[in-house]
Design a protein around this ligand. Structure first.
Ligand code: AHR
Length: 327
């Protein structure tokens, strides 16, 4: 009797699990068939910054809104955790996998596994450096090189009348990540035209406030004449502000600060005059991601690349828009 009940319970649970997995209803999907609900496996980088928190919320809210079942995992900034999550999504036969790769390289094997299982992959936010573009359907996110160029262009304009050397320190994002590589390269491309711009120190702050503070403290100790800080995100810039104030200097005056993202805390510091200029990087990718997922699962064509629209903010502009910022 007990055996019979257990078997019935097990059969029921199995049926529930399959239903929860849903299906894309054919097309490019490798997921189980039978239901209309799409299941997406999403591997997030982590929770390292205000940007990331806003991005996670955008993805979760948009999935709910679109009626997509979301299996979400946080990789805590570790590539091996993302690879494990992707493999588990393949095993669960989700309809589509989306992920924001913590670093650019080292994805080919797991992406091939997804392709062999006929499960489409969408890259969101960050790119991979794989030459085989057939391993993913599309890449949705910002143009990070362009963001670096915008930061450099503001700097060149700001110092256009000065002939003195401009000593810059750079807080880079996570080593090996697309935004760290591209924001560094885009910035360099613009400032290299004038030799007065010198990057005197450059180190990763891993996109976090705590690391930004720690590295900036070391920069300040080693370099008495810093004119400009270029931080690859607001959080590292905000940590650096604490270090600059701790060293008895005035952020925004003694040291000009350029950051990327435009999250609320960054915009507040910009409006307060502590940051000098912010290049926007929008984390609100959720709705576009869900649209792309539906198309990909239905077997429709999607563009190889979908670039997010973004702007820049001066201190005056920050004061105007601060109250209406969504993140
Ligand atoms: O990949 C986007 C970057 O990652 C954001 O600029 C940064 O804040 C985040 O951690």
């Amino acid at each position: 009797m007990l055996k019979r009940i257990s078997a019935a319970v097990l059969a029921g649970l199995t049926a529930m699990a399959v239903t929860a997995c849903g299906s894309g209803g054919g097309g490019a999907s490798g997921g189980s068939s039978g239901a209309d609900v799409i299941t997406m496996g999403f591997s997030q980088v982590g929770a390292e910054s205000g940007w990331r928190t806003a991005n996670t919320k955008s993805v979760q809210d948009a999935a709910k809104e679109a009626g997509i079942t979301l299996k979400f995992s946080d990789a805590q900034q570790k590539q091996e955790n993302q690879i494990k999550a992707i493999r588990s999504y393949i095993q669960q036969r989700v309809d589509v996998i989306a992920f924001s790769p913590v670093v650019e390289s080292g994805w080919d094997t797991v992406l091939k596994e997804a392709k062999d299982a006929n499960i489409p992959v969408i890259l969101t936010d960050r790119a991979v450096d794989s030459p085989d573009k057939s391993l993913y359907k599309t890449f949705l996110g910002s143009d990070f090189v362009e963001e670096g160029k915008k930061a450099g262009t503001w700097l060149v304009e700001e110092y256009k009348d000065s002939t003195d050397p401009v000593n810059i320190v750079e807080l880079q994002g996570t080593t090996g990540s697309a935004p760290a590589n591209d924001r560094r390269d885009g910035f360099q491309e613009v400032i290299k035209a004038d030799p007065k711009f010198k990057v005197i120190a450059s180190q990763t702050g891993d996109f976090t406030r705590a690391k930004g503070k720690e590295v900036m403290e070391a920069f300040l100790k080693a370099n008495p004449d810093i004119d400009v800080l270029y931080a690859h995100n607001d959080d590292m810039g905000l940590g650096a502000i604490e270090a600059i104030e701790g060293a008895g200097k005035v952020p925004g005056q003694d040291i000009k600060i350029i950051t990327v993202d435009a999250v609320k805390d960054g915009m507040q510091a910009l409006a307060d005059g502590k940051i000098s200029f912010i290049v926007e990087c929008s984390p609100l990718l959720g709705p576009q991601l869900m649209d792309l997922a539906k198309k990909v699962v239905a077997g429709e064509q999607v563009p190889d690349r979908v670039v997010t629209e973004e702007t820049t903010f001066t201190q005056e502009q920050a004061k105007e828009v601060l109250s209406t910022r969504q993140y």
